[in-house]
Design a protein around this ligand. Structure first.
Ligand code: HSE
Length: 439
């Protein structure tokens, strides 16, 4: 059997400790598959005394991740520190620079510096592997890079953030407030250190940037992504979605269009009958539309120690076997720079919720503003809301919700129509607009 692969791990949080546990548990099977054993020899973390439930006493301890990355006693550096700059970036660059392969779960780092890191790995003839960076335990990186190599991909979209899906699921199913659901997600350890990364859609955008590159052979370009979070979604939207046959999910979508590759992250109406709508709670899912396989949906745990460790260990096993794929599927020089498509050029159906002063002519005025721009309405729903105790009885004094679903039109047209509706003075408060994604 060949020499053991010596692994150094920087970052001993839940995922790091789970990687050590999993490598121990699967040691025999991994050695048999790889033709060599895999040995964690060195670790680096902030707190040496913390009980992590794994025995690290026999391992070399480093306080500085860069020193570990440069150590001559490791062949492979595993980065589980997180963050798009600072120690994570410095250590990954140091490892690649000294000719060591790197395995990382760091989506923020790859979204920002993926191209330069891939180039460095290429120049040094080492691997840069990141299965764990997108959708935790779902092997979507390998699926896109190797499994679907015979396909031309039209669209890839998914639920890539467990925290957001958990919040939206609980709000819908239990009628709980956004704030209460977020607090629970934090308690359960799903949320990022700064939860605005989750709820603001940025974590999803980091993951989407990686998927877009793998799916379409383009350079990673997180700046090209239109990002909206779930903060504006209300129980009224979730209820209206249910009544109209939809469910609201925070999706990351990358799609080939005649104008180029659209990349967007936003709350999305999906048909309740679709595969992606069935995915509830912290679970992630990715759907890929490709010419040969048609539609493929992968569903699984997007976060959590063991699930993420499963992806990290798969990459370690590949490197032990000597597999070195181009990180983003193509040599970096062959990855095209895709045009940035402004979201105003997006075409699709829209859900619009307006709070309307219930006066004669209000519905007609809204419909007119839509018709003037050739926006066709698929459905229109207005509910009379009986006055609560103490509220004025006059219908005119009380705003009522009106929900419209449009057929496909452009974002620019919808925004222009809504500006005109607002100027007409029939509505109270800003319109809620949610894009619809068809299967
Ligand atoms: N905060 C992330 C999530 C963890 O909620 O999905 C995995 O990236």
């Amino acid at each position: 059997m060949a020499e053991p692969l010596r692994v150094g791990i920087a970052g001993l949080g839940t995922v790091g400790a789970s990687v050590i546990r999993l490598l121990e548990r699967q040691a025999g099977a991994l050695a048999a598959r790889s033709g060599r054993s895999i040995k964690v020899t060195s670790v680096c973390a902030r707190d040496r005394t913390r009980d992590r439930g794994v025995d690290v006493s026999g391992l070399a301890w480093f306080d500085d991740p860069v020193a570990l990355a440069q150590s001559a006693d490791i062949d492979l550096f595993v980065e589980l520190i997180g963050g798009d700059e600072g120690p994570a970036r410095a250590a990954v660059e140091a490892a690649l620079g000294t000719g060591k392969s790197v395995v990382t779960a760091n989506k923020a780092l790859l979204a920002k510096h993926g191209m330069s890191l891939a180039k460095l790995a290429e120049d040094k003839h080492v691997a840069l592997a990141f299965e764990a960076s997108v959708a935790g335990g779902i092997p979507v990186v390998k699926t896109l890079r190797e499994g679907l190599a015979g396909n031309s991909i039209e669209r890839v979209y998914g639920i890539l953030n467990g925290t957001c899906n958990y919040i939206l699921s609980r709000m819908e199913l239990e009628g709980l407030s956004f704030e209460d659901c977020l607090k629970d997600a934090q308690k359960l350890g799903y949320a990022e250190a700064d939860p605005t990364f989750d709820i603001g859609g940025f974590d999803t955008a980091h993951k989407l940037a990686i998927l877009t590159s793998l799916a379409f052979g383009v350079a990673v370009d997180a700046e090209a992504i239109h990002v909206e979070g779930i903060q504006s979604i209300t129980l009224a939207d979730l209820k209206a979605a249910e009544e109209l046959g939809y469910r609201i999910k925070l999706l990351g979508v990358a799609q080939r269009t005649a104008k180029g590759i659209e990349q967007r992250v936003h709350p999305t109406m999906v048909s309740r009958a679709s595969s992606i709508a069935q995915v509830m709670g912290v679970t992630n899912a990715v759907t890929i539309d490709a010419d040969a396989v048609k539609e493929l949906t992968l569903v699984g745990p997007g976060a959590g120690g063991m699930a993420t460790a499963s992806a990290v260990v798969a990459d370690i096993a590949d490197i032990a076997k000597g597999i070195r794929s181009a990180p983003f599927g193509l040599p970096t020089g062959s990855l095209e720079r895709a045009a940035r498509i402004p979201v105003q050029r997006h075409e699709g159906g829209y859900y619009i919720r307006l709070t309307v002063h219930d006066r004669p002519g209000a519905a007609a005025a809204i419909a007119t503003r839509m018709a003037e721009r050739h926006i066709s309405l698929e459905s229109i729903m207005q509910r009379h809301v009986p006055p609560r105790k103490g509220e004025p009885v006059s219908a005119e004094a009380r705003p009522v919700p009106v929900v419209l679903i449009t057929y496909a039109t452009s974002e620019a047209t919808i925004r222009e129509a809504l500006e005109a509706v607002v100027a007409d003075g029939y509505i109270a408060g800003p319109p809620q607009v949610i894009r619809i994604e068809r299967e």
